[in-house]
Design a protein around this ligand. Structure first.
Ligand code: BT5
Length: 266
């Protein structure tokens, strides 16, 4: 049997220009096709891929996607977390989506803050009774368990970035949180995009106001098995978390995993 090899770049180009690879009739593709997306968003759905972030970056770099292009998948075989970690979800259970933002805003972190705030608004609108909190830099928590994470990747080729959101809807790993049964990932995405469009032009004050980390005593686990403990008192203009350390000095951190040492006050 002869097979014609198609490069990943060509495959995403074909997908993006034809809408091919969208789920077949009778599958979950129907649900995604039926959604009425807010104006101005170009939402594409695939049943399976490696990573929506990688695909959308490829599409951007090929000129096949642009600002407000959105790629959502039922399943990722190589879903990525920050720092080369994995993001897991069984097929069809959770929201796995990437959003293209172009050009890159003057403060790149603003783009990830927007997506995190939109996800926070969407999660709160679905689970009004739950205490959904935002933890620096962009995690959503419910009862201390991780509900969602955000991964931003900047294109080295074009003036754009991709912000990926993994939000647990019907499934969560041990110790994590989910929105719960009876909620469709497509409906959650619709709400995320609506909330995104409602955010103010200046995002910094909204982000700080929503960030449960501020005022908390925290531990930051830093790359290289280092850690630091202090009180989080601000986020600086480039998105770094500013801590007051126990010796009274201040220090700003741009990457790390934060643990709230007291329950969030809001
Ligand atoms: C994140 O990383 O929180 C960013 C996750 C971004 C995922 C989205 S899905 C769509 C888009 N395409 C991609 O390829 N990625 C993005 P981080 O803070 O590093 O968290 C990763 C860690 O969370 C892992 O090491 C696990 O311990 C844990 N984890 C994995 N899957 C999880 C899940 N579904 N819920 C909660 N925690 C999870």
């Amino acid at each position: 049997m002869t097979r014609t090899a198609i490069s990943p770049r060509l495959a995403i180009r074909i997908f993006w220009s034809t809408g091919a690879n969208v789920g077949p009739v009778g599958s979950r593709g129907d649900i995604w096709e039926a959604v009425s997306w807010p104006a101005g968003w170009d939402v594409r759905h695939v049943t399976e891929t490696g990573s929506t972030n990688s695909d959308l970056l490829t599409a951007l770099e090929a000129g096949e996607a642009g600002d407000r292009s959105v790629l959502v998948a039922d399943h990722q075989t190589a879903g990525r977390g920050r720092l080369d970690r994995r993001w897991d979800a069984p097929s069809g259970t959770n929201l796995l989506v990437s959003i293209a933002i172009a050009p890159v805003p003057p403060v790149a972190a603003d783009a990830t803050h927007r997506v995190a705030l939109a996800a926070l608004g969407a999660a709160r609108s679905v689970r009004v009774e739950a205490d959904v909190a935002l933890k620096w830099p962009n995690d959503l928590l419910v009862g201390g368990g991780k509900l969602a994470g955000v991964l931003a990747q900047r294109s080295p080729v074009t003036d754009a970035l991709v912000v990926g959101l993994g939000l647990n809807v019907g499934w969560s790993p041990d110790g994590a949180a989910r929105l719960g049964d009876g909620v469709q990932p497509a409906e959650v995405l619709r709400r995320v995009l609506l909330e995104f469009d409602r955010l103010p032009r200046e995002i910094g004050p909204s982000y700080r106001a929503a960030l449960a980390t501020l005022g908390q005593r925290v531990r930051i686990e830093l790359p290289g098995d280092r850690m630091v403990v202090g009180t989080a008192h601000d986020v600086d203009t480039v998105g770094r978390l500013v801590l007051t350390l126990d010796d009274g000095s201040t220090a700003a951190y741009d990457v790390g995993d934060v643990v709230h040492l007291r329950p969030a006050a809001r």
